[in-house]
Write a protein that binds this ligand. Structure first.
Ligand code: BEZ
Length: 209
């Protein structure tokens, strides 16, 4: 069965460009992003890996450890890193798993046989410090991901894990948020003084710190 929100992220030990990695140990108390790409030396993937490398300081700022994966070998990953640097100017600065036997891809359902039976699709798993899956995304090979959107979702996940709030459509860091329906008006007044009632079920407040 596919991995669902709230499931424990399956643990694994893998060969990576930064040595052997045990996923849960590597994450420690941090948040994590495990993402797959279809294949090394392919155009969209080259732009994606460069984009993630360039955004690494943003992931670091949020306490998020990033791990990439494909079914290519360590040698291929290493050679491809030079191309990624040539094309995007960014040096791959996070571990890239060589999942040659597809064991991790199978655990995470990253191969969708009706799309392609040998390559991983563009999967993203955001994992919380409790090792539970907080968000999943799946993109096809021909559509590159927007990694700023993944950072935006992490901002929301981290905020909503800490406060009794939810984030509206197109929300960005610093904008008003929604008080969750489970919070009574009395509790809302205590926690979020001056909150606004747009509808009885839609109450907004400035983003809490
Ligand atoms: C790409 O990264 O451009 C790509 C990878 C696999 C299949 C198609 C496109």
């Amino acid at each position: 069965m596919a991995i669902q929100l709230g499931d424990e992220a399956p643990n694994f030990t893998a060969e990576t460009t930064e040595g052997e990695l045990n996923f849960h140990e590597y994450l420690g108390d941090s948040w994590g992003v495990l993402f797959s790409h279809p294949a090394d030396f392919t155009p969209v993937c080259t732009t994606e890996l460069g984009a993630v490398a360039a955004l690494k300081p943003e992931f670091d700022k949020r306490g998020v450890k990033v791990v990439g994966l494909s079914v290519d070998t360590i040698d291929r990953h290493g050679e491809w890193a030079e191309d990624i640097r040539d094309v995007t100017g960014a040096t791959v600065n996070f571990p890239l798993i060589a999942d040659k036997d597809r064991s991790i891809a199978d655990k995470y359902g990253m191969i969708h046989p009706n799309a392609n039976d040998t390559m991983t699709v563009r999967s993203v798993f955001v994992v919380g410090p409790d090792k539970k899956v907080k968000l999943t995304l799946t993109y096809p090979a021909a559509t590159g991901r927007d990694f700023n959107e993944i950072l935006r979702t992490i901002d929301s996940l981290q905020l909503t894990a800490k406060h009794k709030v939810a984030t509206p459509a197109n929300w960005k860091q610093g904008e008003d948020v929604i008080i969750t329906p489970a919070v009574s008006d009395e509790e809302a007044a205590e926690r979020f003084p001056g909150y606004e009632t747009v509808k009885p079920y839609l109450r907004t407040t400035p983003q809490p710190a």
